[in-house]
Design a binder for this molecule. Structure first.
Ligand code: B1M
Length: 208
């Protein structure tokens, strides 16, 4: 099974093989989302499971992340292909203290693919940096990712900061430990479990 080969190649940290497998599957007409969800994302879930059980450590997590990024490099142009006029401007980033960027990058790609213009501030982004970027760019939405339970409070602090300053942009939050209940509790305007859903939420927020 091709997706299982992709999972194995990510777990072997074999970037060249991941790139070759994805390219040949795309050439054969495979659905890009099935390669992404069933291959690359499934592989990272397995990496997380092995990390939790002590079978692998941070250096291996980094190697797996680099391998996944090589695969995403092939997928990005396919996901981002769009002729549509801009649907809105989104400032996106991973919150302060958090260095995980793969999910955030996926959300960014899917938004671009859906016709949004995206300003990506990267990882470890302070609340004030989000504020300045939204103010300078007059962004419609601000999208924040948090992957650690220890960085979830930064989402809450940022939402409170945006409200205090009357920022005006719609706020979308997500990341593995973030739940709808948490998003509601901190007063975010939108939440999604995954990158595909994030696009739907962004569209809804743009529609008012
Ligand atoms: Co880290 N890490 N990590 N890590 N890491 C996790 C998150 C962890 C769950 C692993 C585990 O224990 N099983 C765990 C967190 C536990 C917790 O807090 N509950 C963990 C830990 C503990 C750590 C360190 C503390 C380890 C240490 O140093 N002892 C450390 C923290 C560093 C820091 O950030 N300050 C750390 C470091 C790292 C690396 C740097 C080595 C590397 C990241 C490299 C990189 O991103 N460039 C890494 C990795 C790779 C992982 C795992 C294995 C994979 C994350 C990933 O990329 N997943 C991860 C385990 C796991 O998630 N299964 C783990 C694939 C990605 C597509 O999924 O990011 O969840 P995800 O994105 C999803 C959704 O969440 C959603 O859409 C995406 C898919 O559709 N989504 C959004 C994401 N953002 C969204 C925003 C939205 C909407 C949806 O709207 C704005």
């Amino acid at each position: 099974m091709p997706v299982e080969d992709i999972i194995k190649a990510v777990l072997d940290f074999n970037e060249a093989q991941v790139v070759d497998l994805i390219n040949s599957e795309l050439d054969r007409g495979a659905e890009v989302t099935s390669l992404l969800n069933g291959g690359l994302i499934a592989a990272m879930d397995e990496v997380g499971r092995r990390f939790s059980s002590g079978e692998l450590f941070v250096p291996e997590m980094l190697l797996a992340a680099q391998t996944m990024k090589a695969g995403l490099g092939v997928i990005k142009p396919v996901l981002s292909k769009t002729g549509a006029k801009p649907k809105g401007l989104v400032v996106i980033g991973t919150v302060q203290g958090d260095l995980h960027d793969i999910g955030k990058n996926l959300v960014s790609m899917m938004l671009e693919g859906a016709g949004f213009t995206v300003i990506d501030l990267g990882v470890d982004v302070a609340g004030e940096t989000f504020v300045k970027s939204v103010q300078d760019s007059k962004a419609d939405l601000v999208a924040m990712s948090a992957l650690l339970t220890t960085t979830m409070p930064a989402l809450e602090a940022n939402v409170a900061l945006f409200k205090k300053l009357g920022l005006g942009a719609g706020v979308l939050v997500g990341g593995a430990p973030v739940t709808r209940a948490f998003a509601d509790k901190i007063g975010a305007d939108g939440f999604s479990e995954d990158a595909v859903g994030a696009v739907e939420v962004a569209r809804r927020l743009m529609a008012g």
